[in-house]
Design a protein around this ligand. Structure first.
Ligand SMILES: Nc1ncnc2c1ncn2[C@@H]1O[C@H](COP(=O)(O)OP(=O)(O)OP(=O)(O)O)[C@@H](O)[C@H]1O
Length: 602
């Protein structure tokens, strides 16, 4: 595998590093990392347990993953992590006589040494209103100028200022003590710098350090957060879904890095949260599997998943579908060009992110857009949605729905495009009164504010829809149609309790991340727009949700029609709804260049 050679050198360097090896805590404490002998877990202030009779003891030599089994149980994974981070109550509490919840910490402060980093969504939005996620494409505003280095690593790579000149009036013993403390501090800073160097090299952050944070791609930001978390020197690091949004190579590098740290018995002890459909790294020894209903199975992975651990399924992520093969390829009859790029370029100063890209997206085409983190996929799609200011300067090279880009008012363009992206997920308003119906209904206008008496938007010219008009009835019909295909009856653990009507009335911000993703997918599809752009649409979704979405997006699933084109961006082959048998095509961005790599059938 290609990434193996990337990190082989890093592994050698890590092993050669005496300072890093020396910072590694000895295995002297064979005390458990986590000790929950048998307790239930509650939301704070609630008397009803979320998780029942949890027995979870983690020993230092083990590597654990936390997974949820079904649709509703994705709600429950945060509860298990919450028990460790103090957002949930454990009752009865782990006995103090056994060292409490984290026996290996002894008297050390759990708030300081137990850290949680979630990756399912970036959560950049502040407050409950909409924030402008397109800011990163334009001139960077003063408040967004903070670089990655300033934001995440402010105290590293700064000169060490402390002077080793003790005061002459100090008694000798104090001087010795001061010097020893000083030396310790310097040694700590030096080790942190070394670790910083290794992590930035390993996670390929070096050339990003002085870019504004806002300019980083999703995957780049996630890699930076992992480095930041490791550098903050926790003793127990909880990484929830760290592989989501990382490209294939970065996933391999991260899994190898964590394995290497584990082998070195280096701090911190890492526990990963994985989605049910994620591959389990080879070196994971144990799994806490959360079942619908709140039961938690804990044990060796082979015991928890007896059928899953055949040799073939323990391998690193592999494509379930061989898209390089043309056998069984279906030739789709494509329609008119909806998007026609003839040499589009995007440049920030001297830095060319896209360099003369040619790509035509026709009606009835199904695309998988690929490229490493930072390759320019989001940027390319922002040209298509008109959100990238450089889409204007590229207007003569960029025809959208048969007009030059500059001849489209951006809000009108948005009515032609249904889309989902991590940026949109984070930016979507989350006022408590916003219902699921409201959120989906904004899809007809492509906006973010519910409009119209029946909350299914307004007419194309901005006027209200005539009550009972064909258009209004069609929109209401579509609301129910997408809900039938993609709503709770398809993925909820208790569909009898969560009916479509109940779900429509639910508060959007109160939903789990996976449910919110599902609602935003419905929003993208409800208006049956000619072009559908699904950028990492499945983040946070359970297997049942992903399956329902895939079925809908395939021919015959009742979702996409021959008039529509759809582009999926995902780093996971398994997440693409179509295989060659459905006539999927691939477009790859690499080094600013675009190429169609799936063979066009003769
Ligand atoms: N204002 C800017 N100045 C310099 N570089 C920028 C700026 N904005 C974006 N970039 C760079 O453009 C590149 C493309 O980013 P983009 O978000 O399109 O990548 P991506 O392919 O979607 O990545 P990912 O898979 O991680 O989501 C990145 O390397 C990013 O750092």
């Amino acid at each position: 595998m290609q990434w193996r050679s990337v990190f082989r050198g890093h592994v050698r360097r890590l092993r050669r590093h005496p300072t890093l090896v020396s910072r590694i805590h000895s295995d002297a404490s064979a005390l458990p990392v986590i000790n929950i002998p048998r307790s239930s877990i509650y939301e704070l202030g609630s008397q009803k347990p979320v998780l029942r009779d949890v027995s979870w003891i983690v020993h230092p030599s083990e590597s654990w993953a936390v997974m949820s089994d079904g649709a509703a149980s994705s709600h429950l994974k945060p509860a298990l992590f919450g028990a460790l981070t103090g957002t949930h109550r454990i009752s009865p509490p782990p006995p103090a006589s056994e060292g409490g919840l984290f026996p290996f910490l002894g008297d050390a402060d759990a708030h300081r040494y137990v850290q949680m980093v979630r990756f399912a969504h970036r959560g950049r939005a502040s407050g409950d209103g909409f924030y402008d996620f397109t800011a990163r494409y334009g001139a960077v505003r003063e408040e967004d100028k903070r670089t990655l280095r300033e934001t995440f690593f402010p105290d590293i790579a700064r000169p060490l200022h402390e002077l080793a000149v003790p005061s002459l009036v100090k008694p000798e013993r104090d001087v010795d003590e001061l010097t020893a403390k000083d030396a310790e501090k310097r040694e700590k800073a030096r080790r942190k710098e070394e670790m910083f160097g290794l992590l930035t090299e390993w996670l390929q952050l070096g050339r990003l350090l002085d870019l504004p944070m806002i300019a980083l791609s999703n995957g780049q930001t996630r890699r930076a957060r992992i480095a930041q978390a490791l550098l903050s020197d926790p003793k127990l690091l909880l990484l929830d879904e760290p592989l989501t949004g990382l490209d294939h190579k970065s996933r391999g590098v991260l899994v190898a890095l964590l394995q290497e740290l584990k082998k070195q018995k280096s701090s911190p002890h890492v526990i990963m949260g994985l989605r049910a459909q994620d591959p389990i790294p080879d070196w994971t020894t144990h799994v806490a599997l959360i079942k619908d209903g709140g039961e938690v199975l804990t044990g060796r992975k082979e015991d928890v998943f007896p059928s899953r651990f055949t040799p073939a399924t323990t391998q690193a992520p592999a494509s379930s579908r061989d898209t390089s093969s043309t056998s069984g390829y279906r030739h789709r009859q494509h329609g008119d060009a909806l998007v026609d790029m003839k040499g589009v370029t995007v440049q920030y100063g001297p830095r060319k992110v896209l360099s003369s890209v040619h790509w035509t997206i026709r009606a009835n085409s199904r695309w998988h857009l690929i490229g490493e983190n930072g390759a320019g996929k989001t940027t390319l799609l922002a040209l298509v949605t008109g959100e990238h200011p450089q889409s204007y300067t590229q207007s003569s090279n960029l025809r959208l729905f048969d007009r030059e880009r500059s001849r489209w008012a951006t809000p009108l363009l948005h009515r032609q495009i249904g889309r989902v992206s991590p940026e949109l997920y984070n930016a979507f308003p989350r006022r408590s009164e916003l219902t699921v119906w409201d959120a989906i209904g904004t899809g007809f206008d492509g906006g973010f504010v519910p409009k119209g008496k029946r909350r299914v938007g307004v007419a194309h010219d901005g006027t209200s829809l005539a009550p009972g008009s064909h258009e209004e009835e069609w929109r209401v019909h579509r609301m129910h149609e997408v809900m039938r295909a993609l709503g709770p009856r398809r993925w909820h653990a208790h569909p009898d309790q969560m009916t479509d009507e109940k779900f429509f009335a639910a508060s959007f911000p109160a939903l789990s991340p996976g449910e919110q993703s599902m609602v935003l997918l419905m929003r993208a599809l409800v208006g049956a727009p000619p072009l559908v752009l699904l950028d990492e649409a499945w983040a946070g979704m359970d297997r049942a949700m992903v399956e329902a979405a895939h079925e809908y997006l395939r021919d015959g699933g009742g979702g996409l029609t021959e008039e529509q084109a759809c582009v999926v961006v995902s780093h996971w082959e398994e997440e693409v709804p179509w295989g060659p048998e459905h006539g999927v095509q691939r477009f790859r961005l690499d080094g600013g260049q675009g190429e169609q790599i799936f063979p066009t059938p003769k």
